[in-house]
Design a protein around this ligand. Structure first.
Ligand SMILES: Nc1ncnc2c1ncn2[C@@H]1O[C@H](COP(=O)(O)OP(=O)(O)OP(=O)(O)O)[C@@H](O)[C@H]1O
Ligand SMILES: [Mg+2]
Length: 264
């Protein structure tokens, strides 16, 4: 099977008040169909820029972005996105927030099917019974769950998550990780997760890409074989500890705080 996402030799420089800012430098990332790629890297190295490139919200100076065999040159409706701060509309119910994208991008679903789709997703993430609540009546974790449903409502080919769990406490975050696995089993998508949390990258990704400091390339790629559902205890095996140590060392290299020669 071919790759669903192909970032080919992408370089990009932003014009800023302080002069040109070279952000990406010959970045290469491939994600197979159904894969889940976790991307980690130093702050400001260009991770969010990468998500905008995949979504077609910007075009790189050099190199190419391909989605499902098509070169990305404009915004894609087949890409769903969720961010650190779920922006939900306070005057709409949770159900109507989840249905919002269906009002913006045309759908073949009837109104009844749209409601059923939103209700199905809300139940999948554990928000059954909260359909009529307003966002302010929900906890941060619940709002993030609703936001996840909203980004899935169009059955996107690609789901991009830019630090979606970053603002949550550790236990809520771990709950959300498990929900992500459940969602992934029910709703086929190809995922790209930006995170600062190495354990999160190991728990959710089947591939972890460490981006270098700016200008960023893919400094290190770790494949994590996916053999059956993951449970939180998997994070405490000697194998996981070893993987975490490698990733931590790679981040230190990316931050310029260690060299490849230093012992991991
Ligand atoms: N449209 C833009 N114009 C100018 N500079 C930009 C633009 N977008 C991003 N940048 C700059 O490019 C660099 C990379 O930004 P980006 O948001 O992709 O980093 P990031 O890896 O997501 O950072 P963080 O980990 O803090 O979220 C930053 O220095 C940022 O200020
Ligand atoms: Mg960012």
């Amino acid at each position: 099977m071919g790759n669903l996402i192909d970032i080919k030799d992408v370089s990009h420089t932003f014009a800023t008040d302080g002069g040109p800012l070279h952000v990406l430098d010959h970045l290469n990332i491939s994600v197979p169909e159904g894969g889940f790629c976790a991307v980690v890297g130093p702050s400001g190295c260009g991770k969010s820029t990468l998500t905008r490139l995949i979504a077609g919200l910007m075009i790189p100076d050099e190199g190419e972005v391909w989605l499902h065999g098509e070169r990305v040159k404009s915004p894609r409706s087949t890409v769903g996105m969720a961010f650190q701060n779920p922006v939900l509309l306070e005057w709409r119910s949770i159900l109507k927030n989840v249905m919002l994208p269906l009002e913006i991008v045309p759908t073949k679903l009837t109104r009844k099917q749209q409601v059923e789709r939103a209700e199905f997703l809300l139940a999948l993430v554990g928000l059954e019974g909260f359909e009529d609540k307003k966002p302010s009546e929900l906890s941060g974790g619940m709002r993030q769950r609703a936001s996840l449903c909203r980004s899935l409502v169009h059955s996107p080919e690609v789901l991009i998550l830019d630090e979606p769990f970053g603002a949550l406490d550790a236990f809520t975050r771990e709950d959300l990780w498990q929900t992500m696995h459940k969602v992934k089993a029910e709703e086929p998508f190809t995922g790209v997760l930006i995170t600062h949390d190495l354990r999160e990258s190991l728990f959710l990704g089947d591939q972890v890409v460490v981006m270098s400091g700016r200008p960023a390339h893919a400094q290190y790629v770790m494949d994590i074989p996916f053999d059956g559902p993951r449970v939180l205890d998997d994070l405490y095996t000697p194998e996981s500890a070893e993987r975490l140590a490698i990733l931590r060392h790679q981040i230190e290299i990316a931050q310029g705080r260690a060299t490849a020669e230093d012992a991991a």
